[in-house]
Ligand binder design. Sequence first.
Ligand code: UGA
Ligand code: MN
Length: 245
Amino acid sequence: PPLYVITPTYRRAEQIPELTRLAQTLLLVDSLVWIVVDDADEPTPAVVNYLQERRICHVYLIARMPAKYRNRNSLHKPRGVANRRKGLRWIKRHAKSGGSLYFADDDNTYDSRIFEEIRRTKKVSMFPVGLVTSLGVSSPIVRHGRVTGFYDGWIANRKFAVDMAGFAVNVNFFLSKPKADMPFMVGREETKFLESMDVTLDDIELLAVNATKILVWHTRTKKNGRAKPGDKKLDYSNSNIDALI
Ligand code: UGA
Ligand code: MN
């Protein structure tokens, strides 16, 4: 059965580099459907071309963040939520043969072995994520093979204190929950999505050797300050470099 990987992405100078890193990992994964959802009003030609050139089974969708959230400070924007909701709707409409789904932000770092593990998900699976908050890791707490709580730098009364990269869902389980959805929120979208499927701690299956190995990292790419019109730096330009988008 297929593995559906939903990747939110948006236009910026780092977009193609991020997608390139992720694509190199996904090229190692069999039976994959990569659902790339761009936060844009219209398709981004560089992304469409990039995806067409790769040997990865993919779907390219667009889903713009609603206007009312867009002028908020970046930390208070529901980043990637419109994209993930669109990806979930695509799965509802098109996924007919089971499988698993996973949200893979474009800027994180993934060991391809986690994707093989995710395939075993019967309801909801979880595993540690490195580099989340100053604690350095976010993970389910396991006692005698069961999840008893969460280790995370920001528990904040969340039922499931997990990072977006720290869980996967069985597609038939998701399809059996008509209310399953991700709300427009910042920080609680993971727990609210799991709660919308009535998930309990007992439902959680542990991957990555009982949640003892880190196979996913919440990395962030430093933004490169860019020249503005009038800057001396712009005196030199090379329009033949098509990687400059
Ligand atoms: C963290 C979580 O990993 C996200 O899943 C969560 O949405 C976010 O916090 C949050 O709570 O707001 P973080 O690394 O802080 O993510 O955020 P970004 O990497 O900037 O954005 C998450 C995803 O949304 C990325 O795949 C990014 O490409 C996409 N994004 C970001 C958009 O589609 N539009 C934007 O305007 C910004
Ligand atoms: Mn990120």
